[in-house]
Design a protein around this ligand. Sequence first.
Ligand SMILES: *Cc1c(COP(=O)(O)O)cnc(C)c1O
Length: 416
Amino acid sequence: MAKRTINSKLFSEAQKYLVGGVNSPVRAFNYVGGDPLIIKRGHGSKVYDHDGNEYIDYVLSWGSLILGHAFPDVVNAVKAAACDGLSFGTTNIKEVELAKLIHKAIPFVEKIRFVNSGTEAVMSAVRLARGHTGRDKIVKFENSYHGHADYLLVSGGSGLATLNIPQSPGVPRSFIKDTMVLPYGDFRKLEEAFELHGREIAAVLVEPVGGNYGVMPPDTGFLRHLRKITDRYSALLIADEVITGFRFSFGSFMHRSGVLPDLICLGKIIGGGLPIGAYGGGGKIMNKLAPLGKVYQASTFSGNPVVMQAGISTLKVLALSGGRYRQIERFAELLSSAIERAARSCNIDLKVSRFGSMFSLKFERKDDFKKFYRGLLRSGVYFAPSEFESNFVSFAHTKKDIDDTINLIRVILAKI
Ligand SMILES: *Cc1c(COP(=O)(O)O)cnc(C)c1O
């Protein structure tokens, strides 16, 4: 398995023209070393490189592809939509259809605005919160990642954790002076921050389940407290559900947990694999956006018909798939517990963190993760190339995929 000679040549070529051979830093595999994967095609739970190697994929475009790669209903509908024109820059009925589907799944999203990425969704939701409240400060939590907007690149997870950049050069000090970073789950620090600055805080921004510093399971008590304290000070609660939206059920994590935010940010899954972001909430706040209100936000490609169709076709499948959500959760649980058991029997200090169908691994020694990771790639298993990124199970994964992965991992761990 896994000669990657063509892959190496292609990556050298990529490095000539793309910065580091990639268009997003974690893709470069800096954390684990070695050439990154250049993927040629994907079907179901598998991706294939140019050397003809097959990999069971647990990255799934960073959690976007809950149905797996090239799901036929989605691909066919996207083809048909493309044949009718790629972009209009006017309202098209697919936008309305996707908005309706999301409203049905997440009723507090009375109105929605589609954008092109999760980053844009969060940036725009924060602008709206500031415009609505007339306040400047925002609260975010340590190690949470909300996209790459300047003022949110403070103690971010994801690539920032992997590369150890506490805060990116190019972000002026003045841009982050209104960003308050607090430890997640710390009630006392939160109270103190609000006592000091409560009337200047526009919003608290939270990832209800952390997905960018390894999987951080939710603290529902803390989320409820966030709701209470933001209400007390008339600040908004913004849930960044770019990963968690439609990941655990047909809808949002917050809606299911009974803590309703004022605004929600979505992305990843709702685009069915095409670039998307969205933010939404109650009409009263959302109507402050232009053209009805004064808060400006615009984009050439927002609501693109082909993207909307990928989202519609994906959500329609998810709407009918209640039981499949339980299945992917069970698969992730099987994998996680088998990995932990195998590690224990080899005396390797390894923790698996899991919530629903998301999981991440943390080795006591980073070198062990690197060895483990190279073993995985050689055996045909593609995990996230960093301990800070999440892995995902999709509806396309079979019991055989899971069993095969477990057996391969047992062998790899025994060799470490
Ligand atoms: C991926 C992600 C984003 C950013 O989305 P992009 O589409 O990559 O811009 C924001 N927040 C969270 C929680 C994410 O996981």
